[in-house]
Design a protein around this ligand. Structure first.
Ligand SMILES: CN1c2c(nc(N)[nH]c2=O)NC[C@@H]1CNc1ccc(C(=O)N[C@@H](CCC(=O)N[C@@H](CCC(=O)N[C@@H](CCC(=O)O)C(=O)O)C(=O)O)C(=O)O)cc1
Ligand SMILES: N[C@@H](CCS)C(=O)O
Ligand SMILES: [Zn+2]
Length: 780
């Protein structure tokens, strides 16, 4: 048992992870949380499932060598780390009414209400966490928000691990990042900035630090990733906020030692701001970021520099020799150096060893969370005694070298095709020419109605796929079940009166993995689940080699669906940027090169869809915003290659073929030029959750082609009423010329149930009829 009376001035652990997956090696948390939501287990059973995961993870990390006090990160969460911070601060938006219980605490049901909403209230908005495919719940802060320590979950988790003999390092989002990620609550005065409430949240942090110290915590981790992003407020204001926040927190009478972590990129000038505070350790990302100057590092004085040299965001085996060289530089300039990951490893799966279906060669190139723990430990050993790590470093060097020449990594046929590309391959005819050709081919009514692609992925569909994978259902039987589903979805859309139909995507396990399974250059995992949001997970595919299409991928399904209706059926593809963003992408060449290879494979697929009689083809790019570099100086280069790869995919289409694209899960104002640059004939874009904010951007930009701002928020079971949709459409027609406007939901319907889907889709059509009639009146 650790000695609780020992002085809390332990050194920072020489090797640690910044965070660890919390969903469980077999998605135990997902299963428990969903069972709790469905009323199948009670709160006590959920609590014991959560504890079992916490303990198993902590023990596993100890087995892997992270045995020092505070080396195991306390990053468990039932749903989201930002929501956890909201809970600890008691920052419940007033619109939820009284959610705290009689003791002033937010219990588990209140916590899930913020995440999932209730009959009256939409949940907190969900948006992308930095440049990852993880989504957090956006806090709503106003001048009225009351802050109080409404949860002690972090203290309880710490005490539980300690009682089991493991001193963890509790994690919480730091005050500056928390407020910078917040949005102003409804009703806050114009121009209100959540950061203006800094003084008011600090006492709650101080109280929490006191409770953690009392429970025996030696170290706490305050995560400040917002500091690696160029904010749209002056840098001096951010600096002042950091200085003030950490002046108050470090002055707390009783507190653990404080590590501030700054993952996802280079801290740049803000390193000096932290150097001037009294925090005890500062983590910097030296994987994506660069090694700071010796002078900047010297400014850290007695603080421990926690070097994030092992990539927490991708799955390639660490180049230990390169990391060792960085550590040498850091050690020469900074006093105390410890080793860690660049980010939490919540973005990568648990263990490569689970993926026995992958070739040994591919597995040797990879490092998931558990392998990263070992890498961190090896590098810490290197710092203490370089000779002790020599064998491991040499092995990593040899394995990485073997990748460069392995079969499939560089293919002459693929390279010849990308090298032969010319400007003409990236452009279609003028829009006016295409518009006329499409008008003639499609004869669509004003305000055409459509959906984004997926229909509910029922448990029957998923279980059929699982049985097919296990060999319990033949390919023929599986295909027939998918066709039956497509038929149902097509007749439902006809009955509801939609103008442009979709086949519903039942045959896809995921909109990226499905394509990866059908392209050379990729491999997929069996257990490689990564949390996307709440209980939802994805299995990012591994893009390790040159990409080509083995055979047509979607054509047979699109052709079948089109054979069932005289209405146009949309072909449905995932775009190159999104395929890259939601996979683990090779790190041995520029992303733009890889994106063009994927773009060419999609271009071939579009040609085959056209040949099969498909007149409208949607190429989804929901991740276009996600990959936007966090530093403004890096953004233009990204936008060039990303937009180009989409154009390469789509520019082979005939004038009469209508190309759609779809974007969601982000705010798009900042990349509106790039969206326009995609040159899609129609763009559907998430808008319902933000009450059509995007139409202002479209209007001021003078967006000239078809556009469908979403009018149905598909993220919750709530059904939008006909009047609500009419209202949203009426707003849209004020800002976007009616002849350009389409009517559609915010995103696909795969996470929804049929009951609410049917009712909502019916309301969309009814509202469209009302607005169309109004347009006719105006014309008269
Ligand atoms: C649009 N979004 C996506 C993102 N990233 C992606 N890669 N894909 C996306 O669609 N990022 C942004 C958003 C995030 N949103 C979501 C939305 C929904 C999910 C989701 O529903 N995930 C599912 C898993 C999906 C999947 O891979 N399904 C497979 C396997 C299903 C499964 O679990 N099978 C069981 C057996 C089932 C049975 O027997 O009945 C098993 O294997 O144990 C499939 O359909 O075949 C989730 O469950 O979390 C994610 C992100
Ligand atoms: N076509 C996809 C897009 C999701 S972003 C779907 O409808 O699910
Ligand atoms: Zn979407």
């Amino acid at each position: 048992m650790p000695d609780l009376t020992a002085p809390k001035n332990n050194p920072f652990p020489s090797a640690s992870l910044l965070g660890y997956p919390r969903i469980g090696r077999r998605r135990e948390l997902k299963k428990a949380v969903e069972a709790y939501w469905a009323g199948k287990i009670d709160a006590a059973a959920l609590d014991s499932a959560a504890k079992a995961i916490q303990l198993a993870s902590a023990k596993r990390l100890q087995e892997l060598g992270l045995t020092e006090a505070a080396a195991v990160p306390g990053t468990f969460s039932y749903y989201d780390q930002v929501l956890d911070t909201t809970a600890h601060l008691g920052a419940v938006p007033a619109r939820f009414g009284k959610l705290l219980n009689a003791e002033g605490k937010l219990d588990i049901d209140g916590y899930f209400t913020l995440a999932r909403g209730n009959k009256e209230q939409q949940p907190l908005e969900m948006t992308k966490w930095f440049d990852t495919n993880y989504h957090y719940l956006v806090p709503e802060i106003g001048p009225e928000t009351a802050f109080t320590l409404a949860s002690t979950a972090k203290v309880d988790e710490f005490a539980f691990a300690l009682a089991n003999g493991i001193e963890t390092r509790p994690y919480i989002v730091g005050p500056v990042t928390y407020l910078l990620l917040s949005k102003a609550s409804d009703g806050a005065p114009a121009g209100f900035a959540p950061l203006s409430r800094l003084e008011d949240i600090l006492p709650v942090y101080v109280e929490l630090l006191g409770k953690l110290a009392a429970a025996g915590a030696g170290w706490v981790q305050l995560d400040e990733p917002a500091l690696v992003v160029d904010q749209d407020i002056p840098a001096a204001d951010v600096e002042a906020a950091v200085a003030r926040a950490y002046e108050v927190l470090t002055a707390a009478a009783d507190r653990p030692q404080i590590l501030v972590s700054t993952p996802y990129g280079a801290l740049e000038g803000q390193l000096g701001t932290f150097a001037a505070t009294n925090i005890d350790a500062l983590h910097i990302d030296v994987f994506k970021g660069t090694v700071p100057s010796a002078a900047a590092l010297a400014g850290l004085g007695n603080k421990t520099l926690v070097a994030g040299v092992v990539d927490g965001h991708n799955i390639w085996r660490n180049d230990l020799a390169a990391s060792a060289a960085k550590l040498d530089e850091l050690k020469a300039a900074a006093g105390k150096v410890a080793v860690s990951t660049s980010t939490s490893t919540q973005h990568v799966p648990h263990d490569v060893a689970e993926e026995t279906q992958l070739s040994e060669q591919l597995r040797s190139w990879l490092a998931f969370s558990d392998q990263k723990a070992v890498e961190v430990k090896t590098l810490a050993a290197y710092l203490a005694d370089p000779a002790s790590a020599k064998a491991a470093i040499d092995e990593a060097t040899a394995v990485i070298a073997s990748r460069a020449t392995a079969e499939g990594v560089r293919r002459a046929d693929v390279r010849a095709r990308t090298e032969a590309l010319t400007a003409a391959d990236f452009s279609r005819s003028e829009y006016a020419v295409r518009e006329a050709a499409q008008e003639e081919a499609l004869h669509l009514p004003p305000l055409p109605t459509t959906t984004i692609g997926s229909f509910p992925q029922t448990s029957e569909i998923r279980s059929a796929r699982a049985r097919n994978n296990k060999g319990e259902l033949s390919d023929g039987q599986y295909e027939q079940l998918m066709k039956d589903e497509i038929k149902r979805v097509v007749s439902l859309q006809e009955e509801l009166g939609y103008d442009v139909l979709v086949h519903g995507e039942p045959e896809r396990n995921d909109m990226v993995q499905y394509f990866a399974e059908n392209l050379d250059g990729f491999d997929v995992t069996v257990h490689g689940w990564v949390q996307s949001y709440g209980s939802r997970c994805t299995r990012p595919s591994i893009l390790w080699g040159d990409v080509t299409r083995k055979a047509a991928i979607t054509v047979k399904w699109a052709e079948y669906a089109q054979s069932l209706t005289s209405k146009p059926m949309k072909g449905m593809l995932t775009g190159p940027v999104t395929i890259l963003a939601w996979s683990f992408v090779r790190d041995d060449q520029p992303l733009g090169e890889t994106a063009n290879q994927v773009g060419l494979a999609l271009r071939d697929e579009i040609a085959d869809l056209e040949a099969a009689g498909i007149k409208i083809i949607q190429v989804d790019e929901p991740a276009l915003r996600e990959l936007l570099p966090l530093r403004t100086g890096d953004q233009a280069g990204y936008l060039t290659w990303s937009v180009d790869s989409f154009r390469l995919a789509t520019a082979g289409a005939a004038d009469a073929t209508q190309i759609h694209t779809h974007l969601c899960y982000s705010e798009f104002g900042v990349i509106i030029d790039a969206i326009d640059g995609l040159d899609a004939d129609v763009t559907s874009i998430e808008a319902a959750r933000s009450r059509m904010e995007v139409v202002h951007d479209l209007e001021s930009h003078g967006f000239g082609r078809g556009v469908g701002p979403g009018v149905y928020d598909i993220h919750s079971p709530r059904v939008p009423g006909e009047q609500e949709v009419t209202g949203l459409l009426s707003t849209a027609v004020k800002h976007v010329p009616a002849r350009q406007l389409w009517v559609n939901p915010d995103c696909g319907l795969k996470t929804r149930g049929y009951a609410e889907t049917e009712e909502s889709l019916r309301n969309l059509v009814r509202a469209t009829q009302v607005v169309r009639a109004g347009l006719l009146e105006t014309v008269k």
